[in-house]
Design a protein around this ligand. Sequence first.
Ligand code: ADP
Ligand code: MG
Length: 642
Amino acid sequence: EIQKEKHNYESDVARMRKIVINRQALDSLYSHKEIFLRELISNANDALEKLRLISLTDKSVWDGSEPLNITVKAIKDEDGKGGRLIISDTGIGMSPEELTKNLGTLAKSGTSEFLARAESDEGGAANGNLIGAFGLGFYSSFLVADSVYVSSVTPASAKNPEPVQHVFSSSSEDSSFEIFPDPRGNTIGRHGTEITLHLKEDSLEYLENPELMNLVNKHSSFSTSFPIYLYTQQEMQVPDDEEPVSEAEETSPAEALDELEKEETPKDEDEAIVEDVEEAPEEEQSPAPPKLKTILVDQWQHLNSQPPIWQRDPKEVTDEEYKLFYASAFKDDTEPLAWHHFSGDSGSGVSFKSIIYLPGKFEDSFWQQPLTYRSKDIRLMVKRVFITSDFGDEALPKWASWVKVVVDAEDLPLNVSRETLQSTRFLKQLKQIIIKHVIQLLSKFSEEDGEKFEQFVKTYNTVIKLGAVEDTKNREKLIGLARFNTNQRNFTTLDQYLENRKQGQKQIFYLAEMGKDPEDIAKSVFVEKLHARGYEVLLLGEPMEEIFVQNIRQWKNVRFQDVAKVGLKFGDEDLDDEEEKELLKEQTEKYRPLLDYLKKQAGTVARDVVISNRLVTSPCAMVADNHGYTANVQRMMSASNA
Ligand code: ADP
Ligand code: MG
């Protein structure tokens, strides 16, 4: 008898499964249920990549002789009422402990955010792309299946000379899962995993060939370099006396368990009688039209016979294919803003093919990540074999860490370890090449009109400013791309600002009021006089913008000047003329007692109280010392010290 080990799910998994299983609460989740296949194929691909990677240094795991592939099999129940989908791979496999740990716990960052959002929004309307954004991974199986069996092989080792196969089983009703030795013995082979989904009644469309084929083509066909084979059964009408062609004698772990239980009870008498009837010789009959019956015919297909998308000629890849590849490779259902597909040479003799994508949006968490954050979205392959996403010291700086890249190098030795890879010049050069292309893509949008430009500014303006501060090497180019709102217009570049300067103007005017909209900053007393005189003032409402001007200090030798600080020079001499200075002096004398009184009252709060020609309608203003911080920065500094 099979000993089943019962385990409870970790609490987050239980919550996740509940959301998936009660998907009625989440309409959008429901409409996304097809992503289960993408997730399972992506796991199969990962498992195969792991096996191949390990085999580079340990030939006992895989010596290159057995095929590495993924199969998707759809098997209909004989009664035609249901069926199961089996996704198998010949990858690294999982031991019973790994089955428990990998499928019974959630290790993914961002999961708790997903849970909180999915649970808080009951209608699900706002959940739009939650699934795509977070990727439910293995648990998406429960979008389409009532019960799931994962059979996986623990590869042979010195301790266990024979490979052993274990099952993880779970159904949507239980809040627990079971682990037990596979009653069928070792059916998978030396390594690999087989996932059997017993489909829900409302998901039986996934047993049909066109549905499955389209799904794999759409989400997965070019995101893996391993072949994907599809097995389906097609209904066919044949004369009644023809032998069935289907070889679908596939036993699932569930059936094997049933068999075991049956064997323990004596065989049913009825069954023997039924067999007798079937074996009885057929009666001779006068020729009549042959009766037809429906049989199931096997069909095998190799789905992704094309080379992976990055290896293809860019002229032959459609936009649709680029978008689908992006969504499946980087698990982002938001359309990318742009991409660039090219062949390159690192400069140290390594040739490679690459696709660089600019995402259509950033993850919410992007700005919460520290400056030391490094993305894991550069997939480096050598001759199509995935090597690493960890570039160590050569990772992109934070400002560009959102870029999604696949790189496939031809001329690196296949057995490079991450350490030796990092010491080659290749990564350093690759990093510069990627950044160069990112800036080129961004520049292209800078010249676009309409919707794309709006999206570009909305998504990228702030990281471009971060880049200008962070990336001294590319600073000039990035400053050139940064856009600002002013009292006169939206999205001005600094070059456009300089062109629009008034005669004699020797400063770039700005006012920073963190967290405010440009329209509100424009109402500030500091802006009004300049506005009245026809000067353009940058209105900075984002913390990053203030950090930008503090760091950059000048553009094309024109210094930034905070209009709320001392040092402001108008430059239009006709207005700054002697007459006005005379008036200022006169008035200062006249109001001396008032100024002295106010200064005394202000105590240490203000360094000085003066008559000013800065204001038009407002009676007074607080002005920061040119060397001091503005109120905004002061607030930020004290917040970051806290
Ligand atoms: P993720 O793929 O993001 O880690 P999943 O929920 O998709 O999350 O999978 C959880 C873990 O289960 C994987 O990280 C992997 O360790 C393991 N796993 C899932 N499917 C397979 C498989 N086919 N072969 C080997 N391991 C697998
Ligand atoms: Mg996964």
